[in-house]
Structure formats: structure tokens, C-alpha cells
Design a protein around this ligand. Structure first.
Ligand SMILES: *Cc1c(COP(=O)(O)O)cnc(C)c1O
Ligand SMILES: [Zn+2]
Length: 423
């Protein structure tokens, strides 16, 4: 609702809303959805959220679907935010450490958030055949939402994709092709065949709506950190929900006084592949600021990558705005195996504007972290999500995260999809 137009993220060229688009027709960069936020803010108030459905479509005023009948949903979003004191106690400084458990989404990863938005819009715009290159969880999510919508899903995956991802696609009716190569090679195949086959390419950031689904993680953090008055008053011990530090004063548009605590964490640790979720959350914070929900203070965004596939980390420390392709990329964290991503400048701009940073961990570190987090929290994390723990330790060592801060680790998927990694 409330979509005014799409806008190129690089050259700002305007594209009309009610038509199928992939990339900017001038410069070939991603398109972002723009809303009439003044109109949205009239009904989407923090207070209005308290009685809404428990999935990400609760934010429908700032999501693209016009006709509710086109929403294709498996109940994604509103994942729990766990405070993890036993895990936090293993760190050298005292932090409020949280895990946002995206492994509880349909198809066991946060790719479900992007796909519910992309497939719903595909339905609204009359698409019947979809295609995607995927190194893992995007494929499973596409297959599931396409099945629910009655659409054809054509999926191209590297042959060494975790077996669970291949099987789930086959069992939910997709056409699966395995390729001896990387996700970039799969992407090239989709690009070369899509015209002739009549496929709509739902590659991440090559269509405008997956980022809209994923941005809802930013809205949820706001709610879960006490931005919604009822959440606070309904909790006897509100400190178990939020940052114990004095937050910066935040005036809600409804005039409620939420000055006691900041409705967002100090630091967000994000395992980055294509960067859709990081870009999406940063966009959500923009929208929330324009709607008067938050002031200018935002979380520091930290991009976490594997040492053996780290294009964003390399570009960040080299001071570049665009990231070169990372040669010979490999990592067991298949969601991080993205050697070249089209949203590189959006990730890097957001990290820098937030005062955040970018950091690598080794595959040995991130794999070991799965068992460590599991034993201390009960959450069987995806290796991508687990990577945030050794990354956080490095930031603490470098004095980039400080005593008393609140830190959210994004566990972006479930470890159950990666059994080979623990063989
Ligand atoms: C896709 C994926 C990522 C990377 O997500 P982006 O938003 O594209 O950077 C991280 N973790 C898991 C489990 C994934 O499936
Ligand atoms: Zn452009």
C-alpha cells in the first residue's frame, strides 16, 4: 500500500510502480520502493501494531501489495528475539546480547521474508513463471511460495549446495537444475534463458520486492526493543526486553514518552551475502525516522563475512564504494558465498553512515561457533548466523563494541539445513 513509485538506488531515476521491473533501465542498478510515508503513518502507528496479525504483513502500509488477496503467506516474520545471558557471559565485557532467530521462519531461513513479498507482487503483476539462482535457502523459499501461489519455479543451484536445499525444492514442486559452478554462474544462466522461457528473475536485488520483505526485520526490532508501548507495559520485567542503558530520547508521533530506552539496539551483527537484509533494515530505519518513530540515532551495522569470500569487508577497509568480485570464493556458510553482489554500494553506504564496520571470520571459527551457541542457548544456528559470535569477539578486542551496549546477532537460518558442514 501507499507505493508512489520505484527509484533507482544509484541514479535516482523514477520507475512506475504498477509494472514489472528488474533493474534500473538507465544504469542497471537496484530499484527501491518508495512510499507516501505521510499517508502510511496515519494508520501505521506503534500503537496500532498491538492487535495485528503475527506475521510481517502486519506492516502492510509500508509493504508493496495493493490488493490483499494477492498476499502469498506461510506465516513468516515476527520471529523471537532471545536475550542470551549465558552466551553473553562468555564475552570479556558485559553486553546485552540478543539473538534474533530467523531460523523459525517458514523454510527455516529469513529468505522467506523476501520471497513472501516478491511472490505476492509477482502474483499482483500477473507473473506465472519464476526463476532464481541460489546457493541455498533462497531456492527453498522460492519453491515454497511459488507452490503456494501455483506458479512455476525454475531453480539453478551450485552442485555443492547443501543437500537439504536441493531436496526441499524438489519436494515442493520446483524444477531444479544443478550447475558445476558458483551462484554467479547460476545467475548468468538465468539471465541468458529468461527471455526465451518467459521467466521472471527473482534474484536478490534484481527485483525490487525481496528487500521490502526483509526490511521488516528492522520494524520488528523496533517493536521488540520496546518501541510499542504495550510490549513494555505487558512485560513485568521490561529490562529483559531491552537495553538497560539510558537510551536517546525518542518521541513517538503519538506523543508517547519512550525516553527511558532506545527502541533499537546499539549494534546489529549481520552475516552478509547479497546484503538484502542489511540494506532492507537500513531502509526501514529511514522510513521509521521519516514517520517520526525514531530520531537520528541508529544501530551500528556490522557486516560479517567468511575470510574466504569477503568482497564487502575488503571493499570497506579499502575505502571503496563498490566491491570487486572475490576470486575463488568458497565457504561452508553457503548464504555468504556471494563473490559479487549488485547491492554492494548500498551495503557499504549503510555500514559507513551507521558508524559500523565489516569483519571476517574463518570457516573453522564459524563452524565451531554453531556448537558453542547451541550449547548455551538451545538454538541450532546456521553457520552464517554463528559467524556473528567470533566476529563480535573480534570487535570487542578492537574496542569497537563497548561495555553495556546492546548487540543483536542475526541467526539467519537453521543449522538443520547444513548437516554436511558438521560431518
Ligand atoms: C541468504 C543468506 C544470508 C545472506 O543474506 P543477505 O541478506 O542476502 O546478505 C545469510 N544467512 C543465510 C542462512 C542465508 O540463507
Ligand atoms: Zn539508475
Amino acid at each position: 500500500m501507499n507505493v508512489t513509485h520505484l527509484e533507482c538506488a544509484l541514479c535516482n531515476l523514477r520507475h512506475e510502480a504498477n509494472a514489472l521491473h528488474n533493474l534500473c533501465r538507465e544504469c542497471g542498478k537496484p530499484l527501491l520502493v518508495r512510499y507516501d510515508l505521510e499517508a502510511a503513518a496515519k494508520t501505521l502507528t506503534p500503537d496500532s501494531l498491538k492487535n495485528r496479525e503475527s506475521n510481517l504483513w502486519r506492516y502492510h502500509e509500508v509493504l508493496p501489495v495493493v490488493n490483499e488477496a494477492n498476499i502469498v503467506s506461510l506465516g513468516e516474520g515476527m520471529t523471537p528475539l532471545f536475550k542470551t545471558d549465558r552466551l553473553a557471559a562468555t564475552l570479556p565485557i558485559k553486553l546485552d546480547l540478543y539473538i534474533k532467530d530467523e531460523g523459525q521462519n517458514p523454510t527455516q531461513s529469513f529468505k522467506a521474508r523476501g520471497m513472501t513479498a516478491a511472490i505476492s507482487m509477482a502474483k499482483e503483476l500477473g507473473v506465472t513463471k519464476l526463476a532464481v539462482p541460489s546457493a541455498g535457502n533462497a531456492a527453498g523459499a522460492l519453491a515454497a511460495y511459488a507452490a503456494l501461489a501455483g506458479m512455476e519455479a525454475n531453480i539453478f543451484m551450485p552442485a555443492d549446495t547443501p543437500r537439504a536445499n536441493i531436496v526441499e525444492c524438489q519436494q515442493t514442486g520446483a524444477n531444479v537444475t544443478l550447475i558445476n559452478g558458483l551462484i554467479t554462474d547460476c545467475g548468468a544462466i538465468v539471465a541468458s534463458r529468461k527471455e526465451e522461457m518467459g521467466w521472471f528473475d527473482v534474484s536478490t536485488l534484481k527485483e525490487p520486492y525481496r528487500v521490502e520483505g526483509k526490511k521488516t526485520m528492522g520494524y520488528e526490532l523496533y517493536e521488540q526493543f520496546g518501541g510499542v508501548p504495550t510490549l513494555l507495559s505487558a512485560t513485568s520485567d521490561a529490562s529483559s526486553f531491552v537495553n538497560g542503558r539510558e537510551g536517546s530520547p525518542v518521541g513517538g508521533i503519538d506523543g508517547a514518552d519512550r525516553s527511558v530506552r532506545a527502541p533499537l539496539p546499539d549494534v546489529i551483527m549481520y552475516p552478509t551475502g547479497g546484503g538484502t537484509g542489511l540494506i532492507g533494515m537500513w531502509k526501514a530505519f529511514d522510513e521509521m525516522e521519516q514517520m517520526g518513530w525514531i530520531d537520528g540515532k541508529r544501530p551500528r551495522m556490522v557486516s560479517v563475512q567468511s575470510e574466504t569470500c569477503a568482497p564487502i569487508v575488503r571493499a570497506f577497509h579499502a575505502g571503496e564504494r563498490f566491491a570487486d568480485e572475490f576470486e575463488n570464493a568458497s565457504t561452508v556458510a553457503s548464504g555468504l558465498r556471494v563473490p559479487k553482489c549488485i547491492g554492494d554500494f548500498l551495503i557499504l553506504d549503510a555500514i559507513r553512515a551507521s558508524g559500523g564496520t565489516a569483519v571476517t571470520v574463518t570457516d573453522a571459527e564459524l563452524t565451531a561457533a554453531v556448537a558453542e551457541i547451541g550449547a548455551l542457548t538451545g538454538i541450532f544456528t546456521a553457520p552464517e548466523g554463528a559467524a556473528c559470535l567470533p566476529a563480535l569477539r573480534k570487535l570487542i578486542d578492537q574496542n569497537l563494541v563497548h561495555e553495556g551496549e546492546s548487540v543483536v546477532i542475526f541467526n539467519t537460518g537453521s543449522g538443520i539445513k547444513y548437516l554436511e558442514a558438521f560431518a
